[in-house]
Design a protein around this ligand. Sequence first.
Ligand code: HEC
Length: 152
Amino acid sequence: MTRRVLKSGAFVLLLLPVAVSADDTPENIVKYRAAVMSSMAKHMKSTSMVVGGKVSVPGELEWHAAALAGAGKNLGSLWPEGSGPGKVESGSLETVWTTPEEFQQAVKQYQVETRALLELSKGSDMKASAAQFKKVGATCGGCHKAFRKDDD
Ligand code: HEC
């Protein structure tokens, strides 16, 4: 019995990697989401300076790329039920919850492009990294357009 419960629990966890717990307050979930997103924006800014040759520190690229890819790992689980419009103030549109498949697709796109950037960052082809950086940026904008209020 216990074993069966444990097993099915593990199964659910596998299906839904949970980064935030149901016990967390919606306010804290929203705060956490914002903190993660802001850190992603900072890494994008640093990366743009490295791939754009504004600073001569090519060796810095890999850890920024790793941070961006790392942020993607559980990104899809940061919008649990009860953390959207009507329940708590946030920058997210209702579409996150009404079109979950499209939202998870946007997450997936972000994961694919940031992982590709991470792979490239381990080599020395800065041109290829710069091109891939643009693709990552497009996934930010793409998701914001459909799922974030006041897209900018
Ligand atoms: C899968 C969708 C998705 C992707 C991909 C995504 N974002 Fe977001 N982002 C959102 C949503 C939704 C919000 C609004 C969050 C909230 O307040 O509930 C947001 C909010 C933000 C914010 C505002 C944070 C704050 O202080 O309120 C910033 C900055 C941001 N994103 C930057 C980025 C950057 C940079 C990238 C790409 C590297 C990115 N986002 C990728 C969905 C996404």
